[in-house]
Design a protein around this ligand. Structure first.
Ligand SMILES: Cc1cc2nc3c(=O)[nH]c(=O)nc-3n(C[C@H](O)[C@H](O)[C@H](O)COP(=O)(O)O)c2cc1C
Length: 131
């Protein structure tokens, strides 16, 4: 599913988003993601530098949600993730992370395929599906 332009702008221009995951038995978790980029219009890469409960959750349950927001405009991106520790997508993510700062370990890369997007702003569209 192609990311709409207005969601893409927020994803790219805001420094940090929130990534929600869930364990198989339904325990929710939320973490910050700043090491992120769009691989293409349908796929997000998040670098695993410090993931703990997030990693346990996605290994058991690949479904994730990402909340993006600028000012009072916000969207919820839902998708399915794959955890990578080798191969070209991981190598590229590791290289990119290294170019940002050597501090970050880039232990893995989370590849998220975008499946659905919902409005998450206040107002009449709140909660409705965008695409
Ligand atoms: C501003 C900010 C950005 C962050 N970005 C990332 C990130 O891109 N990747 C990452 O692995 N951890 C990142 N973290 C750390 C996570 O928020 C969190 O500490 C880590 O995932 C461990 O928590 P968990 O047990 O919920 O996974 C960031 C933290 C902050 C404060």
């Amino acid at each position: 599913m192609k990311l709409p332009e207005k969601v893409k702008d927020i994803f790219v221009n805001e420094a940090v988003h929130q990534l929600a995951t869930s364990s198989l038995d339904g325990i929710p978790n939320i973490s910050n993601v700043g090491a992120k980029y769009l691989l293409d219009d349908e796929s997000i890469v998040v670098v695993d530098n410090y993931m703990d409960k997030t990693l346990s959750n996605i290994l058991a349950n690949p479904r994730v949600a990402i909340l993006v927001r600028t000012e009072r405009e916000s969207y919820q991106i839902k998708g399915s993730s794959t955890y990578l520790t080798e191969g070209p997508i991981y190598e590229e993510a590791k290289k990119w992370m290294g170019s940002v700062s050597k501090v970050f370990p880039a232990k893995g890369a989370l590849l998220i395929k975008i499946e659905e997007i919902f409005h998450s702003s206040s107002g009449q569209d709140a909660g409705k599906k965008l695409v």
